[in-house]
Ligand binder design. Structure first.
Ligand code: AMP
Length: 505
């Protein structure tokens, strides 16, 4: 019996379908029912309690994707602990930073990782592997299948997710039960999820997209997920006939487009394809529509705010935009320096307020205060505009803005022009230190397979399209752009690689 309320877990329970319904189809013939998820999460909650994890304690988790991780996440919610997933790519030295910063009571890692972590005075270390084995699993298996959930109110923390930290120290975004509950409910309605849905889940679960957007939306609609360890385009095509929806990053879509098997017949049973976490090229949107008959629904969010905007389910899904703000989310564009509000079609800082917005950065009250306006709007760090139809357009991260000879150049504008040149697959525009201009606009371009495009071809094509100050000073050709696991182009890596090309410091 639940003695008192647990905001997020009670909500998940209240929306769960009858227990025999499959929650996760593991793609290999095995299925995990909702009843098994309930029992498994109780076992993990009991295991956490037996290790002395109390409400409010952090549980850091750096493991491969498996259904046990979902049960552990839910077990954390039930035990009142704060779930703290870490990217599996982090090295031991990086993990040390997170363990120091977050001070978790328990650290769960893959048994194959033998690199030492500092454990003196630190957390209890337990293991869990991709196949569902490890010391924590053994402990959980021996536990009862019921648990008296810890009392957790709307403002209590459910999770801390560290931001990628490309501009300095990684920051722990504190997400409350209400942040996650409110946003997931909004998304279930906006995207019309029901218990008839079968969602392809091939995203990592250490990030907000796979952990909260995909998993919580499925749980709160009583849907099933086809739970795949990683993205493999052939496997996606193989399971698509059993699915109704997919959530992915843009690279899922570009890579699927390279599969000859992707056609209308393959996608006939699907009702919805959603993209986010990085910009989807308008061309990908168009090609996808031609091949499958489906308009990809693009949405925009971030670790700190959950989802902010979404193209409509029923209305027009406009390529190159992320749609209007979601119900309950207030979004405005402000002058980055003064905070003065800007009008339609004016580019400025995207600011958001609503029940989706996080509780601040873990143990960084000053940093947190700097990122909020006095009236409670969060300064996202993304530049964008709202068009006259109310759709939001993202221009890029503020830190990627190039300032050359005193002029602002929005990389997206230059990239859009470059991408439109025949023979260009994609591009990234960055600012590189330049003695005369401060920063020199620099284009890094990936050619299509058979293209023989040169630097002067690109510059000639741009001359009539862009003001002179926006023209790249150099065009560099590469085989591919560096991307992180969520498909984001790592402009910091590019800036570092080409730091010296103009000879300035
Ligand atoms: P993360 O916190 O890792 O989810 O990264 C959030 C950032 O990804 C946002 O602040 C945006 O810069 C970017 N982002 C997310 N969705 C989109 C989108 N649909 N289009 C463009 N950028 C996006």
């Amino acid at each position: 019996m639940t003695l008192s309320g647990n905001r997020l877990y009670d909500l998940i329970r209240s929306r769960a379908p009858e227990g025999r319904r499959i929650f996760a189809d593991l793609g290999d013939g095995r299925g995990v029912t909702y009843a098994e998820i309930e029992a498994g999460s109780a076992r993990y909650a009991n295991a956490l309690a037996s290790l002395g994890v109390a409400p409010g304690d952090r549980v850091a988790v750096q493991v491969e994707k498996s259904i046990d991780v979902i049960m552990l996440y839910l077990g954390c919610l039930r035990a009142g602990a704060v779930f703290l997933p870490l990217n599996t790519a982090y090295t031991a030295a990086e993990v040390d930073y997170f363990l120091d910063d977050a001070g978790p009571k328990l650290f769960v890692r893959d048994p194959s990782r033998s690199d030492p972590v500092r454990t003196e005075g630190g957390p209890v270390v337990m293991t869990l592997d991709a196949a569902g084995a490890g010391s924590l699993v053994d402990l959980a298996r021996a536990q009862p299948t019921t648990f008296s959930n810890a009392s957790r109110g709307p403002d209590d923390l459910a999770a801390i997710l560290y931001t990628s930290g490309t501009t300095g120290r990684s920051k722990g975004a504190m997400l409350s039960h209400e942040n996650l509950a409110a946003n997931s409910l909004t998304l279930v309605d906006a995207w019309r999820f029901t218990s008839d849905d079968v969602l392809i889940h091939a995203l990592p679960i250490f990030h907000t997209h796979g952990l909260f957007v995909a998993t919580n939306v499925a749980l709160l609609s009583g849907a099933s997920v086809i739970f795949l360890p990683r993205f493999d385009p052939k496997q996606i095509l193989a399971v698509m006939p059993r699915a109704t929806a997919m959530m992915g990053v843009p690279t899922f879509y570009t890579r699927l487009l390279r599969e000859p098997g992707l056609d209308r017949a393959a996608a006939a049973g699907m009702r919805l394809f959603i993209s986010g976490s990085a910009p989807l090229l308008a061309e990908t949107h168009r090609e996808w529509r031609e091949r499958t008959g489906h308009a990809i629904l693009e949405r925009y969010g971030m670790t700190e705010t959950n989802m902010n905007t979404s193209n409509p389910y029923d209305g027009e899904r406009v390529a190159g935009t992320v749609g209007p703000p979601l119900p309950g989310v207030e979004l405005r564009i402000a002058d980055p320096e003064t905070g003065a509000l800007l009008g339609p079609n004016e580019v400025g800082m995207i600011e958001v307020r609503g029940p989706n917005v996080f509780r601040g950065y873990w143990r960084m009250p000053e940093k947190t205060a700097k990122e909020f306006r006095p009236d409670g709007f969060f300064i996202t760090g993304d530049l964008g505009k709202i068009d006259s139809d109310g759709y939001v357009h993202i221009v890029g991260r503020a830190r990627d803005l190039v300032i050359t000879g005193g002029f602002n150049v929005y990389p997206k504008e230059v990239e859009t022009e470059i991408d439109a040149i025949a023979g260009v697959l994609e591009s990234a525009v960055i600012g590189v230190p330049h003695a005369d201009f401060g920063e020199g606009v620099t284009a890094v371009v990936v050619r299509r397979d058979d293209a023989t495009l040169t630097e002067s071809d690109v510059l000639r094509a741009l001359e009539s399209r862009l003001a002179k100050f926006k023209l790249p000073k150099r065009v560099i050709f590469v085989e591919s752009l560096p991307r992180n696991t969520m498909g984001k182009v790592q402009k910091n890596v590019l800036r570092e690689s080409y730091r010296a090309i103009y000879g300035a410091r």
